[in-house]
Write a protein that binds this ligand. Structure first.
Ligand code: 0WD
Length: 255
């Protein structure tokens, strides 16, 4: 097993369609021990049974807009774990009104919300994680989308946020690299999840990917999860600061 005995902390399970849920299952299969967070009370009902089914050792609330809640996750984990080997950040949010029309719909407040939840949260988590990552060959992984580097209809402020998230991966990789801690991103192809349902015209994107991607199909949560296992295991010991595409090859197609 590739992750035997590794301790993995996972942010971003909303339901059984979430990419982070597929990652949690794949990690469990590979022998990892899990700690799972949920975004707030409204999510607990759905997330707790999922987490329990994988024997998660901690199931903790964490709305990532709160520094206190992020801190509390590490305080609680510190009581049961002597460190953390893997952090999964699979969290993003933008107001629905900003995921339609063009980027000219963006408001100052909506911009700040998208950047706070989708980008700062990764930095905030990685800051508070420091004492528990120290001295371990740990790795962290976030989820991004091709909308960071190319224009997709309706993706708008989320594309700007993903560009900032990808830059954050590179800066975090440098900041943590001297300790042997790796930070990467997976740029996933479109998958039908709760977050994706907020993007206007999402089904069109799926159809186009299916016809144009080299693999002639969309990808699944399990495709992403298998690559996550690789990036968070010793198999990827020399890989950091990387944005790894798991998109059936769609990103290489010009026209
Ligand atoms: O096509 C897709 N589904 C793609 C998703 C393609 C490429 C990338 N991604 C990214 C997303 O942008 C996100 O970063 O993958 C990540 C996971 O997204 P997902 O699995 O597609 O979507 P979902 O199951 O909704 O998980 C994202 C979750 C939230 O769900 P909602 O839909 O309620 O926003 O992020 C969490 C929440 O569980 N989240 C928060 N967690 C803590 N605090 C917060 C918050 N404030 N807000 C959202």
């Amino acid at each position: 097993m590739l992750l035997q005995g590794k301790k993995a902390l996972i942010f971003g399970i909303a339901n059984d369609k979430s990419i982070a849920w597929a990652i949690a299952r794949a990690f469990h299969e590979q022998g990892a021990e899990l700690a799972i967070t949920y975004a707030g009370e409204a999510f607990e009902k759905r997330v707790r049974p999922l987490a329990e089914s994988l024997n998660a050792q901690a199931i903790l609330p964490c709305n990532v807009t709160s520094d206190e809640e992020i801190k509390a996750v590490f305080t609680e984990l510190g009581k049961i774990w002597d460190g953390i080997d893997i952090i999964i950040h699979s969290v993003a949010f933008a107001n629905k009104e900003e995921l339609k029309g063009t980027i000219l719909n963006t408001t100052r407040e909506g911009f700040a919300t998208a950047m706070d939840i989708s980008v700062y949260s990764f930095l905030g988590i990685m800051k508070e994680a420091q004492p528990m990552l120290h001295g371990r060959a740990a790795s962290a992984l976030t989820m991004t989308y091709l909308g960071a580097v190319q224009v997709f209809p309706s993706y708008n402020v989320m594309g700007v946020a993903k560009a900032a998230l990808e830059a954050s991966v590179r800066y975090l990789a440098e900041a943590y690299g001297a300790e042997g801690i790796r930070v990467n991103g997976i740029s996933a192809g479109p998958i039908r999840t709760l977050a994706a349902s907020g993007v206007n015209g999402f089904h069109n994107i799926l159809n186009i990917v299916e016809s144009k991607a080299p693999l002639r199909r969309t990808i699944t949560q399990e495709d992403v999860a298998r690559s996550a296992v690789y990036l968070c295991s010793g198999l990827a010991s020399g890989v950091t600061g990387e944005i790894h595409y798991v998109d059936g090859g769609y990103n290489v197609i010009g026209l």
